[in-house]
Design a protein around this ligand. Structure first.
Ligand SMILES: O=C(O)CCC(=O)C(=O)O
Length: 349
């Protein structure tokens, strides 16, 4: 325990211990129970081929996306158009970043969740009782020119490789948002037009090997606060999705991304599409890196159910709110399995 108090980042602590410090140990009823986890197959988390989305297969792909958003809240995509070199480059940069000397990494450290570029640990150490087995670099990346000057300059290729990756991911997201709009029966640009100036945040999650993975989480069950998340994971399993009350491991498939519906999309769709609880577990052998892109509204954007989705059978579920209001609540309450959206529910008539 003495070591825990002297290190700000888990990365610098994990390599020197052979037991999980007390502040990372979950109460018994809230542990990962790794033996009971199922492994995903195509029938549990759909894999959608985006080839032809702008051509002859569009209607069919949109149907698949709509079904996945409604039934699963999670899907995987292949033939997404982002070159393999761009993906490998960002994974390499992330790995290099977390291997930098502690003093170099700490230049980016902050415990303020509202800071737009920061390295931190766990989730929100100011509010949580038990820590998570994760360090993370989180940063805003759209509009790129407003944020790129805040990003780390070490590794030296960081800004170039990450800038390229996030520009490509944004192009992919815009195509997916059009497809999702259409799948809801809305105008193709409905969602995009309702996000204000748009926002894009990224995280690089670093989960060091853990001596007792059965006692703690990389990240406990939570939903994502944004609109959709595009998750890139390296080749080490760790992501699990809650499906019909059971945890399902979504193991990495090369050259794919995982897409999940976030809370804002659930609100816009008036609960038709679900923001699903997921978590990250850790293992004792290998470090793991995951890189989620959280695509989101800009802070002043007013979010609420689309009028076209409200009728007698589907009464309005949420009041309108600004994304700024949502974002502050999300960070302040800590990660929980109850979705932060519940706070914005309309009172029952
Ligand atoms: O590491 C993962 O696979 C999940 C990451 C995640 O859920 C998050 O960063 O919110």
């Amino acid at each position: 325990m003495a070591a825990a108090a002297t290190k700000l980042l888990l990365t610098d602590l994990a390599s020197s211990i052979d037991r999980v410090p007390d502040n990372y140990i979950r109460p018994e009823a809230d542990r990962p129970n790794l033996i009971e986890v199922e492994v995903s197959d195509i029938s549990s988390i759909p894999l959608i081929d985006l080839q032809g989305l702008s051509g002859p297969n569009r209607d069919d792909i949109i149907k698949q996306i709509g079904q996945a958003c409604q039934q699963d809240g999670f899907f995987q995509i292949k033939n997404h158009g982002i070159p393999e070199e761009v993906v490998q480059a960002i994974l390499n940069v992330a790995r290099e970043f977390f291997r930098l000397p502690e003093s170099e990494r700490l230049k980016n450290y902050s415990e303020d969740p509202l800071k737009t570029t920061r390295l931190s640990t766990s989730f929100n150490i100011k509010t949580e009782k038990v820590s998570n087995w994760r360090d993370f670099l989180r940063f805003h990346c759209y509009p790129l020119e407003e944020y790129v000057h805040e990003w780390p300059t070490n590794p030296p290729s960081f800004r170039k490789e990450v800038g390229e990756y996030c520009t490509r991911v944004r192009e992919l997201v815009l195509k997916l948002l059009e497809a999702i709009s259409e799948s809801l029966g809305l105008e193709r640009d409905y969602i995009s037009k309702n996000l204000g100036k748009h926002g894009q945040h990224m995280a690089m999650n670093y989960y060091p090997p853990c001596p007792q993975p059965e006692l703690t989480y990389g990240l406990p069950g939570h939903t994502d606060q944004g609109l959709i998340t595009i998750l890139l994971q390296d080749d080490v399993p760790g992501l699990q999705v809650l499906r019909d009350g059971k945890w399902v491991a979504v193991n990495p498939i090369p050259n794919t991304f995982i897409v999940n519906i976030g809370d804002q999309m659930q609100a816009i769709s008036n609960d038709k599409y679900k923001s699903i609880i997921h978590r990250a577990v850790v293992n004792c052998d290998r470090e793991r890196i995951s890189i989620p892109t959280f695509y989101c509204p800009s802070p002043e954007a007013l979010i609420g159910p689309a009028m076209g989705l409200i009728d007698h059978e589907h009464p309005v579920v949420y009041r309108s709110f600004t994304y700024e209001e949502y974002y502050q609540k999300f960070w302040n309450r800590g990660l929980r399995t109850e979705c932060c959206l519940d706070i914005f529910k309309m009172p029952l008539a």
